[in-house]
Design a binder for this molecule. Structure first.
Ligand code: PEP
Length: 254
C-alpha cells in the first residue's frame, strides 16, 4: 500500500488538478497489486471524494487526523463520524507532526485509533523514534511503547486489518532517508511487537509501511525488504508524476 500524505499542502483547486492528473497517469496494472491512498487536508476531502467517485479513479480517500470524539465542543476539530460520512477509508493516526508539534500523547493516539475503528475506517498508525532516541539506542524501546499504548485492547482481527507506518522522525521531510536495511530491521521489530500484543495471525496480516524521505529512486529498495509492505510518502506525493513513479516502483516482486 502506497499512501500520499499531503500535509498542509494543496487547496481544493490544486487537489482537483493533482487527483485528476493521478487518475490520468495510474494504469490498471499500476494498481492491480498496490493499494494507493491520498490524504489531503480536510478542506479538500469533499472535492477529492466527488472526483474519485464520479470518475471511478483507482485512488482510496484518506485523511490525516481526526478527533477521538464523535461530536461536541471541540472547536476546530473534525470528528471520525464526519470523515466516515464522506467516504474516507483510511485515517493517519499519530503522525509524528501531530505528536511533536501538537502534543498528541500516546494515550490520545490510542483514543483516536479506537475512534477510527469505531466508525469502520482503517487507521494508519504512525510510530517512530526521534534522532536523539536513536542515538541513545532507544529505538526499539520507543517503538514498543508506542505500539503497546495504541494496540493494547484492540481486537486482534481489527489489528490484522490495520496499517502501521514506521516513520523515523529524523527521516521525515529531511532528505535523510533510512537505509533499506534499517527500515527492514525496524519493520520486523514492529511486526514482532504486533505479534506479542495481538497474536501471530495479526502480526503476519498487518501491513507495515516505511515513511521518511521516500522518493522514486529509493522506493523499490524498501519494497524489496520482506517486512516492508508499503510506503507513506509526504513531499514526493504532492506531484502526481513523482507519486505514480513511486507506486510503480512498489509493485510487489515477491
Ligand atoms: C510523511 O509525511 O509522513 C513523510 C514521511 O514525509 P516525507 O516523505 O516528506 O519525508
Amino acid at each position: 500500500m502506497v499512501s500520499g500524505n499531503w500535509k498542509m499542502h494543496h487547496d481544493h483547486i490544486e487537489a482537483l488538478h493533482t487527483v485528476r492528473d493521478l487518475g490520468l497517469r495510474l494504469k490498471p496494472e499500476d494498481v492491480a497489486r498496490v493499494d494507493v491512498s491520498v490524504h489531503p487536508p480536510f478542506t479538500d476531502l469533499r472535492t477529492v471524494q466527488t472526483l474519485v467517485e464520479a470518475d471511478r479513479l483507482p485512488v482510496i480517500l484518506g485523511a490525516q487526523h481526526c478527533n477521538d470524539h464523535d461530536r461536541g465542543a471541540f472547536t476546530g476539530e473534525v470528528s471520525p463520524q464526519m470523515l466516515a460520512r464522506l467516504g474516507v477509508r483510511y485515517v493517519v493516526v499519530g503522525h509524528s507532526e501531530r505528536r511533536h508539534l501538537f502534543g498528541m500523547s500516546d494515550e490520545a493516539v490510542a483514543a483516536t485509533l479506537a475512534a477510527v475503528l469505531r466508525h469502520g475506517m482503517t487507521p494508519i498508525l504512525c510510530v517512530g523514534e526521534t534522532g536523539e532516541e536513536r542515538a541513545a539506542g532507544r529505538t526499539e524501546e520507543r517503538l514498543s511503547a508506542q505500539l503497546t499504548a495504541a494496540l493494547t485492547g484492540a481486537e486482534p482481527a481489527a489489528v490484522a486489518a490495520m496499517v502501521i507506518a514506521y516513520e523515523p522522525v529524523w527521516a521525515i521531510g529531511t532528505g535523510n532517508a533510512a537505509t533499506a536495511v534499517d527500515a527492514e530491521d525496524a519493520c520486523l521489530f514492529v511486526r514482532q511487537s504486533v505479534e506479542s500484543v495481538a497474536g501471530a495471525e495479526a502480526g503476519q496480516a498487518i501491513r507495515i509501511q516505511y515513511g521518511g524521505s521516500v522518493n522514486a529512486e529509493n522506493a523499490a529498495d524498501y519494497m524489496a525488504e520482506p517486512d516492508v509492505d508499503g510506503l507513506l510518502v509526504g513531499g514526493a506525493s504532492l506531484d502526481a508524476a513523482s507519486f505514480v513513479e513511486i507506486v510503480r516502483a512498489s509493485a510487489p516482486r515477491r
